[in-house]
Design a protein around this ligand. Structure first.
Ligand code: SF4
Length: 352
């Protein structure tokens, strides 16, 4: 009990936790202790962000991909996967609707779709069109891309580049991201960071990762200079090699969120709707998350990543349906000015 108190006090006093302390926190299983960790994470969020929460609109505009990640529904060989590629006008209209609903950023996501990767101008044109139509901050999640494409994307005003490693355990990585070089993926992130993008990194849990793996990844993400750190629980996907893995509950994800908040108090940490939908939002906010991600407009034929359809068509992943959960947790939606202010300060901190 005293050790937990000492570690939480240390973190809340702004002192960086070390490897052993991170391991200790991630090893806790008793409910009362977990509640104390969640509470410390919430207090830290309040200290840095008040009661304001950011919201990201998610436009998964192409579900085609040439990769074979073993955990992913959209891997190339999965013939059960939903495939679509939205055209530019559809993407702009979806983005405008999300902007009108009050999101602070549009996350433009695709699988590694050769159509866009071989015709970079097509991708840049759609990014420019979304920027012009919404005026919002943009995140791009296009997979691993070439250096010239990174240059074009930053010139088009894209703020964020998201490229998830999912695990920093190289052996596990090889089983998850089949035939994708670990170091090349890392180098692409570093290139993007050095060009002035803010980075989002991601950690998947429930894929055979250990507490040591998670601690190592969380600490390494700080050295990488990330500005947003996300963690999600693995959801087994039909038609994939991991289809029959027994799913874990979301306990590790919630604890990861809290420990990330204590490690990185001034960074953005998502509460993703893409694992448990709206019903899982409160727990993630109570664990210290401060961005709601995977907000998807209903009935537009869009998919999520881990949960391809959960809560989408009935509108439960749209902002008006989400606000009551925020308010019940004593939180409020930030303004666009709040988000712009965060971006400005974070870019200065990162030297971007
Ligand atoms: S995780 Fe991304 S890169 Fe891997 S198969 Fe799925 S869409 Fe493709």
């Amino acid at each position: 009990m005293k050790k937990t108190t000492d570690i939480l006090d240390k973190a809340q006093n702004g002192v960086k936790l070390n490897h052993d302390e991170v391991i200790f926190l991630l090893s806790q299983r008793e409910e009362a202790t977990l509640n104390r960790i969640y509470e410390a994470a919430r207090n830290t969020r309040t200290e840095y962000f008040g009661n304001k929460i950011f919201a990201y609109g998610f436009v998964y505009f192409s579900t085609y991909c040439h990769n074979e990640c073993s955990f992913c529904f959209y891997r190339k060989s999965n013939d059960q996967s939903l495939r679509y590629r939205k055209n530019r006008d559809e993407i702009v209209d979806l983005s405008k609707a999300l902007a009108a609903s009050g999101v602070h950023l549009i996350d433009l996501t695709m699988g590694e779709d050769a159509v866009f990767l071989e015709d970079e101008e097509r991708l840049i044109e759609l990014v420019d069109a979304v920027k012009a139509a919404t005026g919002l901050a943009l995140m791009i999640s296009p997979g691993k891309v070439s250096e010239p494409l990174l240059d074009k994307l930053i010139k088009s005003g894209v703020d964020w580049y998201a490229l998830y490693q999912e695990t920093y355990n190289r052996q596990l990585y090889r089983k998850m991201r089949l035939d994708q070089d670990y170091d090349q993926r890392m180098s692409t992130k570093i290139q993007a960071r050095d060009k002035g993008f803010l980075l989002e990194e991601g950690l998947l849990t429930g894929i055979g990762d250990t507490i040591e793996d998670r601690a190592q990844a969380m600490l390494a993400m700080g050295s990488l200079g990330v500005s947003q750190v996300r963690t999600m629980t693995f959801v087994p996907q039909k038609g994939t090699p991991l289809e029959n893995v027994t799913p874990q509950d979301c306990g590790n994800e919630l604890l990861n969120i809290s420990v990330m908040r204590l490690l990185y108090p001034d960074k953005l940490i998502p509460a993703s709707l893409d694992v448990e939908g709206l019903s899982g939002l409160q727990g993630r906010l109570m664990a210290g998350a401060n961005v709601i991600t995977s907000i998807i407009p209903p009935r537009e034929g869009l998919a999520g990543v881990s949960q391809s359809s959960l809560d989408i068509d009935d509108g439960s992943r749209s902002l008006p349906m989400i606000i009551p959960t925020l308010e019940a947790a004593g939180l409020t939606l930030a303004t666009n000015a709040d988000y712009e202010n965060f971006l400005k300060k974070e870019k200065i901190k990162r030297g971007a």
